[in-house]
Design a protein around this ligand. Sequence first.
Ligand SMILES: [Mn+2]
Length: 275
Amino acid sequence: MSTTQRVYVIGDIHGQLQKLLKLLLDAHLIDASHAWSGGQTTLWFMGDFVDRGPDGIAVMNLVMRLQQEAAQVGGNVSSLLGNHEMLLLAAYRFGRRSTGLGSNFITRWKQNGGNRKDIASLTPRHLEWMAQLPAMALVEDALLLHADAPLYLKYGGTIEEVNANVRDLLRHSDALAWEELLEDFARRGVFLSGIYGLEFAERYLKQFGGKRLVHGHTPINTMQNCSPNKVHAPWIYADDLCVNVDGGLFLGGSGFVYQLPTTNDALNTIQTMSL
Ligand SMILES: [Mn+2]
């Protein structure tokens, strides 16, 4: 048995519980009774569990439970903060209060696929869990971030700083600060545009570390202009610096589980080559 621990990444779920269960079963990360069977595997979610689909809270409940079960056997289930977790938190916290920019937080959330059932089923446990999710993470050589957007550079110079600043913002009720982050979080496609996109990706990696960016947020089929049910693998672009793992589940995609190439894999390759 290999000593290398596998690291898996799953993109935006948007309330598609049945699709998530199938992905986890097929990857042997859960068993038939939906209990964690991934052992010491690490599994990262890219955020956006809620909105646009039917079962956002059930998806979150599943992920929170698997997180506990994995931790008990030396595994790890983690997630980034997606803009839809923040939209839901904002709708819950501020309600119809004005954003300061001519709208209100409930309207904004609904315009982005907010599901009444989700907000009605929220408990303090969900609220606390969402509000502590990191905005970014460095896993092996991969820099994980939810959105292909420039916002992260604005909130700090290191991963720790960005995560601390975003958590701090979520702890306070400064509506305008929430509105500004939600606006920034709604942007996309920053690594896409030729030389400019490539420079942006390089800038991120230089600033925060890592050899590759892994993001969700923008369904692959919308970037590639193809049908969502044709997407079964991540899309690697910008000179292989960027990996998009958003399978567009809410648009009809089945999604996929992406295994990060590990540092040990790279070492093994080098060792094999030198033989
Ligand atoms: Mn998103």
